[in-house]
Write a protein that binds this ligand. Sequence first.
Ligand SMILES: [Zn+2]
Length: 148
Amino acid sequence: MNAPPIELACPHCHAINRVPAARLADGPACGRCRGALFAGAPLALDAAAFERHASRSDLPLLVDFWAPWCGPCRVMAPAFEAAARELEPAMRLAKVDTDAEPALGTRFGIRSIPTLVLIRRGEELARQSGAMSATQIVQWARSHARLA
Ligand SMILES: [Zn+2]
């Protein structure tokens, strides 16, 4: 077991950390800010932080594109939080408010919300529009990230 360390961005300060894959589940802390690298919850991303988590991290990033006025988005929010508890530390879950970050919504061609987009190293692996249950989110994300 000499797998190379994986790179992932801190959910608090967004610094890139290198962590041995075998230690991901041991509650690793950020080398810069000492915050937990996995908080068991989705994190809100602006455009700058998005780049670090989507392009400079080895972990698959599951993004919920949403907006505060969107009823189905609010319905799905607790399911997405529950999915984060199940999918971490194999995956990072994040939310992008398309009202606050319209450029990200445009870049990904988001036409309806909620839309989930699964990204790894800047490459889109899959997307799915419409609200889903926690179980559906977990199964969908695992199958497309080939973690199942
Ligand atoms: Zn940090």
